[in-house]
Design a protein around this ligand. Structure first.
Ligand SMILES: *Cc1c(COP(=O)(O)O)cnc(C)c1O
Length: 717
């Protein structure tokens, strides 16, 4: 019999809370960890496993008594138990067919929490949010990924503003990770290549009710080269890349098999995992004696694929020799010759000049495919039309499911209190329903504005603290540091821009006319201020130049004190930013932003989007729930498009954003602005959250795939 709850010690209860990432989206539990030791909580980067390592059961008991935490801890633990045990979930009702075997969701990155930096940006955070919503909805789903023991890199800017990368090592033992085992002990999978075997152990992470399995090659069986194979996310060369993708796809399917998990549906999140169906086909042929063709048809009918990349150059491609070295043995088992295998990754199977494309094989080996916004669906159908030359472009079988964000993860605690008051009871279990959000209309402008002002203050204090830390690390003069302690005006219109510094996102678009920008920033009645953050990929020189350009600006008058670049963008920093800004700026080169999600986090917290009509914003903007930069036109000449877009950006700032923000009533409230905030939350909150997204995947992808489809799906919402 399991011990009764009350018999568990405080230490045991907190340890089991720390062992499941559920705590990270429950503000109350997060707060309990902070109350135990606020300073240490910051030092350990909000990692409760590390926090508890510093506390013996006796010391913890003493601390809990001192801070009067017993009731809170019992209550938190009780809710955790209830959450884990709930049986009447949305998933139980709407995805019963998956009870026969879960969805395997395979992704190269997962952005779940700052203490587990195995994500680089939006793709990873989306995957993390997908798991969390799948957990909340009670969906039978398991995650599969890689454990990068150096993660993505940590960013610092040197005295010249140039990006420096460092790779502190992550220890599995300091994280809520355990070795996955079966009856025969810890699971180790092996993958045969032409040049030897690659081994990987399997780590387990509990994400609420979801199990996430992460493969790790840093084990004794491997050569030195392969021990480092999972060191870094998106590190190394083409050879590293294909070996990581082999591990993710083929190793991932093998790991599930070793765990005794028989997925009903394979969901490939982006092309990195597109070798997975090949291993499933091999297993079907071996176990059920099927022919390759038959096994392929069966497997494809149970595979779903989400593409995220609207530029042809962004899709992984491999040459024949790399494919043969790594997939040769698997190809033998499938009974394919090398051209047969290459053909699966080519648009024209006969074209020997074509390299092997991961997106092409994913599209050929799945029966359900989607882009991540309505516009991205259109772009993807056009981009891959040549795979179905007999069809018109509207009939290309790639639909769309627009991305969304996990509400409990991104909603500020203070804002949640407001939601709790005005939305129906248990609203957070029904965020995908429009009705639930309707009553947000009843909120009074003053109270919404007050909460926003408080969150904005919190952001400004955070930014100042970080600015001072950064300056100290760079060895800046005392006077510079003193200025930073006071930088920013809490009353001024505050614009945030934070995301990966990929050049197409154009962090520098606002810098096109510096004289004009200076005028906007220094306007004595209606000033602007900017906070930037983001990492450039280590090999991206152009991205690093953009960082440096902004860095230099932050040191020169009149921008100094009003424009800041925060180093080392993480999920943690992201929360401060999306919860505190007035305006979130997003100006990618249309249509290159497949969806974008950061602006959706801003919506939940009352910030307004000012964005190019690209990705999700192209279907979200209605004229009264934020701002549009331009009208969605593009130009074949990049310079012309950039020049037009920067004109449009300055125009919307001066004609719409700034006047609306500074137009105050007798109580000093910007009534028009607040009306936009309310409208954004009410009309966008329910559509662009991860519960709605996962529910769409269930309805349009998982359930049809679990039923086994014999033909391509052409229509999606
Ligand atoms: C949400 C998020 C992103 C995605 O931002 P986009 O603007 O959609 O590209 C990237 N990084 C982090 C840390 C995030 O939280």
């Amino acid at each position: 019999m399991p011990p009764r709850e009350t018999q568990l010690s405080i230490h045991e209860k907190l340890s089991s809370l720390a062992a499941n990432l559920w705590w990270s989206w429950d503000p109350e539990v997060t707060h309990v960890f902070r109350l135990i030791d606020a300073e240490l909580w910051e030092t350990v980067n909000h990692n409760p496993v590390l926090l508890l390592q510093e506390y013996s059961p006796e010391k913890l008991e003493g601390r809990a008594r001192e801070a009067v935490l017993h009731t809170r801890i019992h209550w938190a633990f009780r809710r955790f138990r209830e959450y884990m045990a709930a049986e009447t979930t949305w998933g139980a009702t709407h995805a019963a067919i998956l009870g026969q075997g879960p969805v395997a969701y395979i992704s190269a990155e997962f952005g779940l929490h700052e203490s587990l930096p195995i994500y680089s940006g939006g793709l990873g955070v989306l995957a993390g949010d997908h798991l969390k919503s799948a957990s909340d909805l009670g969906l039978p789903l398991v995650g599969v990924g890689l454990f990068y023991h150096e993660g993505y890199f940590q960013q610092a800017l040197d005295a010249s503003g140039w990006q420096k990368e460092s790779y502190p090592r992550l220890e599995a033992i300091s994280l809520p990770l355990t070795e996955a085992k079966n009856d025969t002990g810890p699971i180790v999978v092996s993958i045969e290549t032409r040049t030897g075997l690659i081994y990987a152990r399997v780590l387990h992470l509990a994400v609420g009710r979801i199990h996430l399995y992460l493969l790790d090659t840093d084990i004794a069986q491997n050569s030195e080269e392969d021990r480092k194979l999972t060191a870094r996310l998106y590190g190394g060369d083409q050879r590293t890349r294909i070996r990581q993708e082999l591990l993710l796809g083929v190793g991932g399917v093998k790991a599930l098999k070793a765990l005794g998990i028989l997925p009903n549906v394979i969901h490939m999140n982006e092309g990195h995992s597109a070798f997975a169906p090949l291993e499933v086909i091999r297993q079907r042929m071996q176990e059920d004696g099927l022919s390759f063709e038959r096994a392929m048809r069966d497997t494809a009918s149970r595979c779903a694929f989400t593409t995220h990349t609207p530029v042809p150059a962004g899709h992984d491609r491999f040459d024949e020799d790399l494919i043969e070295e790594h997939l040769g043995p698997l190809r033998d088992s499938l009974g394919l010759d090398i051209q047969g295998l290459m053909g699966l990754g080519r648009i024209d199977p006969q074209n020997a000049g074509e390299s092997f494309c991961m997106t092409v094989i994913a599209l050929k080996l799945c029966r359900i495919a989607n882009g991540v916004s309505r516009l991205h669906g259109v772009v993807s159908r056009k981009m891959w039309a040549s795979l179905w030359p007999w069809r018109s472009v509207e009939e290309i079988p790639i639909g769309h499911i627009t991305n969304g964000v996990h509400v409990p993860t991104w909603l500020a605690g203070q804002m949640r209190v407001l939601y709790d008051r005005v939305l129906p009871e248990h609203w957070y279990q029904r965020t995908g329903e429009a009705d639930v959000w309707r009553s947000f209309e009843s909120i009074t402008p003053g109270e919404l504005w007050e909460v926003h002002a408080s969150l904005k203050n919190r952001l400004i204090n955070y930014a100042r603290r970080r600015a001072v830390d950064q300056a100290r690390r760079r060895g800046e003069r005392k006077s510079v540091i003193a200025d930073m302690e006071q930088m920013f005006d809490p009353q001024a219109l505050t614009i945030g821009f934070a995301r990966r510094f990929a050049p197409y996102k154009r962090a520098d678009l606002i810098l096109k006319d510096l004289d004009f920008l200076a005028k906007l920033i220094t306007d004595s009645d209606r000033p602007l201020q900017f906070i930037f953050a983001g990492k450039a990929h280590p090999a991206d020189e152009r991205g690093k130049q953009i960082l440096q350009q902004i860095f230099k600006l932050t040191r020169q008058a009149p921008f100094r004190g009003r424009v800041l670049i925060l180093e080392n963008y993480t999920i943690d920093m992201g929360r401060f930013l999306v919860q505190g800004v007035d305006v979130w700026l997003n100006n990618p080169r249309r249509p290159l932003e497949a969806s974008g999600t950061s602006g959706q986090k801003v919506v939940l917290n009352g910030g307004l989007n000012c964005s190019v009509l690209d990705g999700w914003w192209a279907e979200a903007y209605d004229g009264k729930n934020g701002f549009a930069i331009g009208t969605g036109r593009t130009h074949a000449n990049q310079d012309i498009q950039d020049a037009r877009d920067s004109d449009d950006l300055y125009r919307v700032l001066t004609e719409e954003v700034i006047p609306l923000f500074y137009n105050r009533d007798s109580d000093h409230l910007p009534q028009g602005w607040i009306a936009h905030m309310k409208r954004a939350i009410r009309t966008l909150g329910w559509r662009f959250n991860a519960d709605r997204m996962v529910m769409d995947y269930v309805t349009h992808s998982y359930v049809p795939a679990a039923g086994g489809l014999s033909c391509s799906i052409v229509s999606m919402p």
